[in-house]
Write a protein that binds this ligand. Structure first.
Ligand code: NAD
Length: 474
């Protein structure tokens, strides 16, 4: 019996949607169906699979109004909802263009014995499970799905139970493209996600570290790979010779875009002392000018807090900072409008490294700013974290920023900007420390990791007889 789950609307606070959580039996049936179809999908040429995905790009474009509307209800924001659909369409075309160039072909002679040659074969995992979070419901459901499908896998997606509305119009577009045999969406919560891990051959998970640990354990028990993209506590280092206008623009956008509900959001800002006062002054001015997208969703930069329980975490981090001597220079109060929860861009000064706002993932529009004296101290503070998703450095020149960026223990470092991994998907990057596990989801590895390498090893000469290994062989 499937369970019904209530879904809250982030703009009204009302329960206005329900989903039926798929149980293990339903997931098992879907997995069998997908696996059967995958054999044919795998045997098609890359060109054929590319053509099928190009069709999906078309049906998604046609269904954009309905999908974007559903995503808007899921997330309480309009422009980013539309951008999510456009981004997926763009990503399909990008992977179609790139994929034919990513795999080596042909035979290679052996080094030790040239008569023994080898050729690679690339064998896709039959069924990939994708478990996604609520902050970018469609983007993060498709980011691994597209290369997995192109590689020849079938895919089962389980979106977050917090933002499930986009799935129905999205499924219609999948059906219209003729792809439902190899791509489906199952609805549900953590129990559904756990059941999905029992049915797939590889799992791609985007979400929190706490859940990531459970996913990793479930995958380990089944001995299947888990590609984990988890939380972050990204630092931004601003050197004294940085352009303060550009640095504050990047800091604000990198911290509060999507209301800070992005894994690659800047969560800690370290500014070299001579620039600190001026930086704070301009950051506060710019933060204060940002508008809520309430009551009119067509204006403003700051959407509602999507997941109501997140508001309690933001409040806790702000209170902890205040209680320990930090100063909130702007923002700082959770506001209720029309039943939804909002937080204006919040600048906090005089923070210390031991505060929650500097140690735990905040996932909101909060800019905690701390001064430093020299580059050694900046690198030490930036690396003093359990996370290693990404980071940013702003300096008077790219060369100075690069010198520091090379010393930061994180998978991607934006130089003279912030959070560039949200805008640029071509560079391979790992998630360091607690921020993740598995190959890069971006760049060539994002496709290659769905293909197991199989070696075909051919002896063009005569097989060696057993006697060649006899103790008394000469
Ligand atoms: P979450 O971990 O609570 O949930 C993520 C998904 O896991 C949901 O679909 C949920 O239903 C499912 N789930 C819950 N328990 C499960 C279980 N036991 N087994 C299998 N699946 C289970 O994360 P969230 O709150 O939805 O998302 C926010 C988090 O995601 C933040 O920590 C953020 O940093 C992270 N995130 C990371 C990236 C990245 O690329 N590194 C991108 C976006 C978000």
């Amino acid at each position: 019996m499937s369970r019904q789950l209530n879904v809250r609307n982030p703009r009204t606070g009302k329960i206005d949607f329900h989903i039926n959580a798929a149980d293990a039996a339903e997931i098992g049936e879907a997995a069998n169906r997908l696996r059967l179809a995958q054999a044919e999908w795998r045997d098609r040429s890359l060109e054929d699979r590319s053509a099928a995905l190009a069709k999906l790009a078309n049906t998604l474009t046609e269904a954009k109004p309905e999908i974007a509307k559903a995503l808007e209800a899921d997330t309480g924001r309009r422009r980013i909802a539309a951008m999510e659909v456009d981004g997926v369409v763009g990503s399909i075309h990008g992977w179609i263009a790139q994929a034919p160039h990513l795999l080596p072909e042909g035979w290679t002679d052996g080094r030790m014995n040239p008569a023994i040659r080898h050729a690679p074969q690339f064998v896709p995992y039959a069924l990939v499970g994708v478990i996604s979070p609520w902050n970018f419901p469609m983007t993060l459901s498709m980011i691994d799905t597209i290369p997995a499908l192109l590689a020849g896998c079938a895919v089962m997606i389980k979106p977050s139970e917090v933002t499930p509305r986009f799935a129905a119009p999205f499924l219609s577009a999948i059906e219209a493209a003729g792809l439902s045999d190899v791509l489906t969406i199952v609805q549900g919560d953590g129990a559904t996600g756990a059941a999905l891990i029992e049915s797939v051959d590889a799992v791609c998970f985007t979400g929190s570290v706490a859940t990531g640990r459970k996913v990793a354990a479930g995958a380990a028990a089944r001995m299947i790979p888990a590609f984990l993209e988890l939380g972050g506590k990204d630092p931004l280092i601003v050197l004294a010779d940085a352009d303060v206008e550009q640095a504050t623009n990047a800091a604000l956008r990198g911290s509060v875009l999507s209301t800070g509900q992005a894994c690659q959001s800047i969560e800690r800002i370290y500014v070299q002392q001579p620039l600190l006062e001026r930086f704070l002054q301009r950051l506060v001015e710019k933060a204060g000018a940002a508008r809520l997208n309430w009551p009119d969703i067509t204006v403003g930069e700051i959407g509602p807090i999507i997941f109501d329980r997140q508001a309690a975490i933001l409040e806790d981090h702000i209170t902890d900072a205040r209680n320990n001597g930090a100063r909130v220079l702007t923002g700082g109060e959770i506001e209720t409008h029309g039943g939804g929860l909002w937080l204006r861009p919040t600048v906090i000064a005089d923070v210390t490294q031991d505060m929650k706002v500097m140690r735990e993932e905040t996932f909101g529009p909060i800019m905690a700013v701390m001064g430093f004296s020299d580059e050694e101290e900046a690198v030490r503070l930036a690396n003093d974290t359990e996370y290693g998703l990404s980071a940013a450095v702003f300096a008077g020149s790219i060369e100075r920023a690069e010198a520091i960026g090379r010393r930061i223990d994180a998978g991607a470092v934006s130089l003279n900007d912030a959070a560039l991994t949200a805008l640029f998907h071509e560079a391979e990057k790992h998630s360091f420390k607690l921020s993740g596990l598995g190959g890069s989801r971006m760049g060539p590895a994002g496709f290659q990791r769905f293909l197991r390498r199989k070696a075909l090893i051919a002896n063009t000469g005569a097989p060696a007889p057993l006697g060649a290994f006899a103790e008394d062989a000469v």
